[in-house]
Design a protein around this ligand. Sequence first.
Ligand code: DC
Length: 695
Amino acid sequence: MYRIPALDLPPLRSADGTVHLPGSKSISNRVLLLAGLAEGSTAVHGLLDSDDTQVMLAALGALGCGVRRDERAGQAPVTHITGLGGRLRVSSASLFLGNAGTAMRPLAATLAVLATTQGGRFDLSGVARMHERPIGDLVDALRPLGCAIDELGTPGYPPLRLHGQAGGSLNTRQPIRVRGDVSSQFLTALLLALPLATADSEVVIEVQGELISKPYVEITLNMLARFGIEVQRDGWQRFTLPCSQGRSPYRSPGRVDVEGDASSASYFIALGAIAAHRGAPVRIEGVGLDSIQGDIRFVDAARAMGADVRGGPNWLEVRRGRWPLTGITLDCNHIPDAAMTLAVMALYADSPTRLSGIASWRVKETDRIAAMATELQALGAVVQAGDDFIEITPPSQWRTGALRTYDDHRMAMCLSLAAFNPLAATAPANLPVRILDPQCVAKTFPDYFEALLSLARADLADIPVITIDGPTASGKGTLAAEVAQALGWHLLDSGALYRAAGLAAVADGVSPDDGPAVAAIAARLDLRFGQGEEQGRTWLRGREVTHELRLESTGLLASRVSALPAVRQALHGLQLAFRRAPGLVADGRDMGTALFPGARLKIFLTASAGERAARRHKQLISKGIAANIDDLRADLEARDARDRNRSASPLKPAEDALLLDNSHLGIEQSVSQVLAWWQQRSPFAQATAGAALPG
Ligand code: DC
């Protein structure tokens, strides 16, 4: 998949509206593994669809579980897992687990136990960072059970090979000891896997050292209970798994509903606390104050800083309370992930914030203490950091630059909140914020930036526009779409609006030359452009017109209706409304002259008539449509003449447009040229001199 190298957020000034949270990562991957081990089928509703759950689903599929995603139009998708019933279906597999700790640790424990008793050979690996994330304490806990585990790279780290002969047995007479002070995921992994070993007797796990991140272990116990396994616990030191008397202990509950992700909620709680200041709150749906996820306790910390948070079952509403926010001193051991969001809220406080108990940050997706310190300093904050704490004094002067995200979804989501710097009470600024590698959010929240920007408001003047005008078949549609994709911006294909107006007029039996009648139709144009997976598709009055819109006959129709001043006027407001954060690429005839005269970059794209006719010819032939190149050229020239000579917004370059003749350029070269021009004009020109931008 193409990854956007950088996303520039304009300065943001307020926020309100509703966000529907994606499912919890912690719950999703635990449920998937338990459903995969259980007998029978489990329908999982609200499953998170992200990198980390994809690797878990792929792993379960490779191990022989049934995995089926049920997507019905208009309904939330449901994932059906048919489990193994505790019996291995394959004797070997090589599983790639990306950077998903919630897949690596539990699968390592599960497959170690299964291979020891049923035989097999399983290799687990991940991305380079996964191979730097410790797993030695889990390996040390499993080996005394009799599990054969080879460390294929650096000892104590993945990749791992788990192997054994059928008929082997597990030594569960002694308590199984595991360290709890580096990652609670080791204990979670054992709790999820060891029911497999409870056929003849109960199994006891003892935690050594002070257990960190206890709320995540609570999620594990909660999910085990959903699958019929009641673990007894003595404090946080000793856990007893009951004897299952020879049966497969995991019982599918049939259906599981996954809560929205409480860690993901933290960004929107912070958003409300910082930016919901005009009465309307930021409303969060999918997780409420009764959540079983420990990170819901972030609410208390946010309130302590000044947030006004209300909530009920499955919803939260957040408003600004005290402003500016107040710095806090907090031990964050109980909310390790959401605590990162406090570090960014600290930028909006009137006193320093000190977060302690966060040593686990150092072994997460990246060394989060170092990463956070570096990037908050880049924004102008004064930061002190130690082994297990970070202290942040808000900027006395904000700076901007390209912020690095370290392939860490939470870094990207946290840093996006710096774009509200115009609101900073102590030292307001008006700076855009560049987030490098923004799509790393796909780990847990693939649509994060869309969700954020659908709630956040920027001043229109701060939302950049690039206009690409030019004659028909000059390739501006493709160029505009690719530039928009590379920048992560919205796209306005204004020609499509005139085309649709023409189609609607014909459908209503109105003459394409009847100005007032076509204008009335254009003013009520019910046109929908597909987003996300529907990108590139278009619906007019609820009917898909993707193909019809591109027909030559429709282009000619558009050329006629677009010559009518009343029609142009009727479509004006609709086109302006496409200017939304983070930015807009607009293509057409008059984007740089009439619609967006203040655009920061204007391109006028040309190519010789011969070249354009040849391109259109190739396009039509490839679609199986018969065409004659001379006729096409004559049509193009006639259309150019009409577009150029009409009195309403004739086709001509804006005075400040840059001319790009692409007669001899491939599309990639044209895209690179436009992006290079844009970078020269962007506020980050200095910062990105060496950064990896396409081209
Ligand atoms: O770019 P296109 O081929 O989809 O445009 C179809 C017609 O619409 C074209 O003949 C000119 C007209 N048009 C216009 O007048 N103003 C625009 N901004 C876009 C298109």
